[in-house]
Write a protein that binds this ligand. Structure first.
Ligand code: DX5
Ligand code: ZN
Length: 229
């Protein structure tokens, strides 16, 4: 189960709350609280090498699937050499798999493997990585994930320079035949989500602003309302 294919003339907002900011003691309550107002669940996998932190991996994805969690699992790999694990993530239950361009030597092959395993394929770019690294892989991707903070931690401040990068990417993609979503991740709140959507993002990740708010469902509804105005 993926997000519907990107449709330029019927753009809508998909919200993908990140469980990195959830209370792990009550993880099932946290994911249940967002399921009616979110479109996907964002799962940040960190290896302590590509990024400084170590987060979580297969067992969380497997548990969500075992308990029939109804939303697509949007898995963001912040790991070196992701190609070693593509099949294992598919078997665990990932629906959308994002790899970092900076961490994949054979990026095209990795993306093709992700699709061959039945998942939606996405490439993520760090704030300092230019858009042109995507040029040769556009036919192989369903989504681009633009980092609006340097990856590794939740709760960081949104980098405003990202807005112009999103605008440029949307304009470029619109001139290609490929239906590619733009996801944005890091520092997104009810205060800046409208700008992120106006710039051209249609999939938005938020961790602290959702799970740190004490009212996750309400925060998602507010975010959606800000973009639909
Ligand atoms: C950062 C992660 C993000 C993070 C977002 O490395 O990729 O998905 O959970 O958290 P906030 O929304 O708090 O910036
Ligand atoms: Zn993420």
């Amino acid at each position: 189960m993926h997000l519907p294919e990107y449709q330029p003339d019927q753009r809508r907002l998909y919200l993908s709350p990140s469980i990195l900011a959830a209370d792990f003691w009550n993880l099932s309550d946290a994911v249940t609280a967002v399921q009616a107002d979110a479109d996907a669940l964002h799962i940040d996998v960190m290896d302590g090498i590509f990024v400084p932190s170590i987060s979580y991996g297969f067992p969380i994805i497997e548990a969500l699937k075992r308990h029939h969690y109804p939303l697509p699992l949007d898995v963001h790999l912040m790991i070196e050499d992701a190609s070693r694990y593509i099949r294992t993530f598919a078997e665990a239950g990932a629906d959308m798999l994002t790899v970092h361009a900076e961490a994949c030597v054979h990026l095209q092959r990795t993306l093709a493997e992700i699709r061959a395993c039945g998942m939606a394929a996405a490439v993520c770019l760090n704030p300092a990585t230019p858009l042109h690294v995507l040029e040769e892989v556009l036919p192989y991707i369903d989504m681009v994930l633009i980092m609006s903070v340097n990856p590794g931690f939740g709760g960081q401040t949104f980098l405003d320079t990202t807005l112009e990068k999103i605008t440029r990417l949307r304009q470029w993609l619109d001139r290609t035949p490929y239906p590619i979503h733009i996801e944005v991740d890091g520092g997104i709140t009810t205060a800046n989500i409208a700008q992120v959507c106006e710039a051209g993002a249609d999939v938005v990740v938020a961790g602290s602003a959702v799970f740190g708010s004490g009212q996750p469902a309400e925060s998602l509804r507010k975010m959606r309302a800000r973009c639909e105005r």
